[in-house]
Design a protein around this ligand. Sequence first.
Ligand code: ADP
Ligand code: MG
Length: 388
Amino acid sequence: MIDIPSPQTTAAAFEDHYARPAAGVWSAPGRVNLIGEHTDYNDGLVFPFAIERRTWAAVAPREDRIIRVRSGAMPDAAEISLDELDPANFEDWSAYVFGVFWAMRERGVSLDGRTGFDILLTSDVPLGAGLSSSAAIECAVAVAVNDLWELGLSRRELIYVCQLAENGAVGAPTGNMDQTASLMGEDGHAVLIDVEAETAVPVPVHFGDEGLSLLVIDTRVHHSHATGGYGERRASCELGARLMGVPTLRKLTEADLERAAEVLDDVTFRRVRHIVTENARVARTAQVVQEEGPHRIGDLLVASHASMRDDFEISCPELDLAVETALAAGAVGARMTGGGFGGAAIALVDESKAAEVSDDVDKAFAAAGYGAPHVFIVTPSQGARRDA
Ligand code: ADP
Ligand code: MG
């Protein structure tokens, strides 16, 4: 429907589709995780940033209780009444939108006397590529509804609303890293999230000031065991915590690993070791990037990748090749990012080497007989906002 979306084109598309003007345009970004993988659902530390790719929502209130939604990414529109909000009634992608309303109600927002909305969505966040188009759509809708219904919900509450939409309405058993990054991101900053403490602190990363670019290498592979693999890793972490006698793995530190090696079977031990060491790497990365600069975080990124490859076992040959090739071409650091079993890797590279790293990865993929990867630069950007 629209090639390069913006607040203006989204408002125009709204008017085309609904034959009336939008009341406003809101947007929320996708995200890339700099470091801290599978730590969020273990009450741990994560360090993602919001990216410049966003999902826009042009919205206008209606006089009845119907919510209608149209997305430029999808062929069919969807609608539901505020009186029929039940995940059992949600279909396909519209669950991400209706789920936000359902989650607001579940968390105590009264729907009595509320009116519905017409919503038109556009996005330049690639869907299902590990950049969290799902959080972008949830958060764009949530900030719009928060404003138009004048709910006054805090960003923290919106994180929980959007996470509940994803967990309860869509049925994805994820933590809240994505929603936190999308709602709390700031230009030039990554967000240091402490899930247990319920804090999200923007930390300047200075990539641009230091002549660095952050490349995303989307392998475009999605291994079929991704969903099952995620659930299995989650279950291993829960088992590890139970056997170690702690409520969550967040309660363990590297000093506990010796005992963990005695108490746990080999596989569970390695899962636990990944989470414990990854939490330490996240904390260290946030400290080093501020005190010594982004050139010094490379080893931490590389160690994170090794831990995911060897201990958590969520990498795959394509991701390993992307990381190895980027490092061989002179990247400061590189690691797979996201849930694993496919998806994307990131590489922190000198601006002057970005093209070369990208070319080398293309060539290495071709030589290995893999499909062409999609390589692009992302910049830490502002979180969810009203645009117009
Ligand atoms: P990711 O969050 O990494 O992009 P997910 O599988 O979590 O991958 O979410 C992708 C799904 O979210 C899509 O398949 C679609 O159902 C929904 N979605 C995301 N963005 C949009 C959009 N702009 N319009 C319609 N549906 C969307
Ligand atoms: Mg997602």
